[in-house]
Design a protein around this ligand. Structure first.
Ligand SMILES: [Zn+2]
Length: 74
């Protein structure tokens, strides 16, 4: 859980924020020999190897305006 400096968007009052996160990595993507995507079990760890690099600028999810910069050390 993150403790944000504001409780809502100061422009539209929304309580949903987002930041941009860079994803980088190589995953094993499993297919069966018949061409079907292996969507149970085998691919459940598809995103485990990704490196998440979140940026510190936060935006409103509704009006998409820039709200605040936050996030060095939590
Ligand atoms: Zn807003």
């Amino acid at each position: 859980m993150i403790k944000f400096p504001i409780a809502e968007c100061q422009f539209c009052g929304s309580e949903l924020f987002f930041r941009k996160t860079e994803l980088k990595g190589v995953a094993h993507e499993y297919y069966y020999a018949n061409g079907d995507y292996a969507n149970e079990g085998e691919n459940s760890g598809l995103y485990d190897e990704l490196v998440y690099t979140p940026r510190k600028r936060w935006y409103c999810a509704d009006c998409e305006k820039y709200l605040f910069t936050f996030g060095d050390d939590w």
